[in-house]
Design a binder for this molecule. Structure first.
Ligand code: ATP
Ligand code: MG
Length: 556
């Protein structure tokens, strides 16, 4: 890369220091998703960051489902999340954990706090707790239950566990400081009663730990050294540190926050995506217009392109938003040399070479990728009837139009010069055939230098071409009008999907397998759809067009 970043990011600097000062020997990181939806491009950043650090320092990367909230979690999401992380190349080896596996230890930790007089059972209602909490400008008020004895608290907490209370009737709270300027420290709830079946522990528990209590315990149990999370948890760090300190863990994990990755004008929020899926506006969580990892994969993005993208974004402490065009830049860069360049006609019109013998076929050599010889060559059948792109012919061309028009000569890519002699229209006035003559002297690769033409167009041989469906995508929301309407709903772009049913691709693409991707010359990069495409019945997604005005930002 041109602007290689040589300076260490702030997280690396913290880790370097921890190692130098002897606090940490083996770096351990984790990715802790809640299994309540599909992962998106923002999560990819967190995954690759955590995994990358573990790799870089010869440490370990854990996969942990943070499944402490049974209301929203589903097994379906556990499976999709694992698949997405594997696809990205982050390897947790044999360290796949569930926070729910630690419910017993979390319960014991709560008992330990009670015994240290650092936690108490509180009978205030949720509304009262909110009221007593105070505000940013006013201190909170102590709960009348705050000074219960250790014995009474132990007894009540046991009764909570044993199902003696209804949801919301009692909670366990940390005893910290109701006057703290940080509201998170005003005796936060650490356990609540919830009579719910958990996807993993079923009906074993009717009390569940709160995130801020559970997370540091999970990290400490697994020996996580650097617990990397996003900025919104910065104000929770004092509580994180309080929990690990009061529970007296030997090697306390350290929480480090970084800024979330946001894409400009792109919908990433689970809430919105869920709605699009449920209302049938998109075709599932992996609809290629979304930026869930499953959607990006289906669209034809590669793990390498996503890795390049998150590396270009860098790690920062301040929120900012990145242009989708940068992601497109990365996939173009990744596929440019890797994938074959084939011819596909998306909006076909017949081209007939009147002086080419009827029934004759010749096979023309074509490089699969001129910039990468390793991809080899293929042969393309050439014959009298071809398809070309409708826009490559004009009856009355404007100035500087160098493609086909009556009397003009162009090169057919990998083949011959053809000169337009005439054309045929149907009753409605639509051009349906373009008639040409070819010059056998001008075969590509023959060294012909007799004369030059200004235009080169692509084509496919009509009798050998494979029909295909091509799906073109635009942003699901209207960027001009803004992503959100005044009422908070999404401003949908009615043209986000265009389906072209009658496209023709070269015969070499007949056997394209799901996820196979290609450059279609002059068009863009395309990928065989993983759900709907099969050999003989091809469906291609446009990953990205070829051209862009996008410029790589200069590194800070
Ligand atoms: P969302 O609300 O966008 O669905 P989340 O934070 O609720 O995301 P979690 O499953 O809790 O999703 O997140 C797992 C991890 O991914 C957390 O460590 C979280 O900080 C990180 N993460 C989530 N969104 C982003 C993002 N946009 N950029 C970077 N990291 C993110
Ligand atoms: Mg979350």
């Amino acid at each position: 890369m041109e602007n290689e970043v040589v300076s260490r990011n702030f997280i690396e600097q913290i880790i370097d220091k921890d190692i130098a000062e002897g606090h940490v020997k083996t770096v351990r990181t984790r990715f802790p998703p809640e299994p309540n939806g599909y992962l998106h491009i923002g999560h990819a950043k967190s995954i690759l960051l955590n995994y990358g650090l573990a790799q870089q320092y010869g440490g370990q990367f854990n996969m942990r489902f943070d499944d402490t909230n049974p209301t929203k979690e589903k097994v379906e999401f556990v499976e999709s999340i694992k698949e997405d992380i594997k696809w990205l190349g982050a390897d947790w080896e044999d360290r796949l954990y569930f926070a729910s596996d630690y419910f017993g230890q979390m319960y014991e930790a709560a008992v330990k706090l009670i015994k240290k007089d650092k936690a108490y059972v509180c009978d205030l209602s949720p509304e009262e707790i909110r009221e007593y909490r105070g505000s940013l400008t006013e201190p909170g008020k102590e709960s009348p239950y705050r000074n219960r004895s250790v014995e009474e608290n132990l007894e009540l907490f046991t009764a909570m566990r044993d199902g003696k209370y209804k949801d919301g009737e009692k909670v366990l709270r940390a005893k910290i400081d109701m006057a703290s300027p940080n509201i998170n420290m005003r005796d936060p709830i650490i356990y609540r009663v919830a009579h719910m079946t958990h996807h993993n522990t079923k009906d074993t528990w009717c009390i569940y730990p709160m995130y801020d209590f559970a997370h540091p315990i999970e990290d400490a149990i697994e020996g996580i050294t650097h617990s990397i999370c996003t900025l919104e948890f910065e104000d929770h760090r004092p509580l994180y540190d309080w929990v690990v300190r009061e529970l007296e863990y030997e090697n306390p994990p350290k929480q480090i926050e970084f800024a979330k990755l946001y894409l400009t004008n792109v919908v990433t929020g689970k809430r919105y995506i869920k709605k699009l899926v449920e209302e049938g506006i998109v075709d599932g969580w992996d609809d290629p217009r979304l930026v869930s990892i499953a959607a990006l994969r289906r669209r034809g993005f590669t793990p390498e392109s996503i890795k390049m993208f998150v590396e270009l974004c860098g790690v920062s402490k301040s929120n900012s938003s990145v242009d989708y065009a940068m992601l497109e830049y990365c996939i173009r860069e990744d596929l440019k040399l890797k994938r074959p360049r084939m011819m596909a006609v998306l909006d076909p019109i017949k081209l007939i070479i009147d002086n080419y013998p009827q029934g004759e076929v010749e096979y023309l050599d074509a490089d699969n990728n001129l910039e990468n010889e390793a991809l080899g060559k293929r042969q393309i059948p050439f014959c009298r009837e071809l398809y070309i792109e409708r826009e490559d012919f004009m009856e009355e061309p404007p100035r500087k139009y160098f493609r086909l028009f009556p009397g003009n000569e162009v090169r057919l890519m990998h083949a011959y010069f053809v000169k337009c002699e005439s054309f045929v229209k149907d009753e409605s006035g639509k051009v349906i055939e373009v008639h040409c003559t070819y010059d056998p002297e001008t075969k590509a690769g023959s060294g012909f230098t007799g004369r030059k033409v200004k235009g080169t167009i692509h084509w496919v041989p009509a009798p050998f071409a494979q029909q295909a469906e091509v799906r073109l995508y635009e942003n699901i929301v209207d960027e001009e009008l803004g992503v959100y309407n005044e009422d908070g709903s999404l401003n949908l772009n009615p043209n986000s999907l265009t389906v072209l049913k009658e496209c023709y691709v070269e015969p070499a693409l007949k056997e394209a397998q799901p996820y196979d991707s290609y450059q279609f010359v002059r068009q863009g990069f395309f990928c065989a759809d993983a759900r709907d495409s099969k050999p003989g019945q091809l469906v291609f997604n446009r990953i990205v067009s070829l051209k862009s005005s996008y410029k790589l930002p200069t590194q800070p």
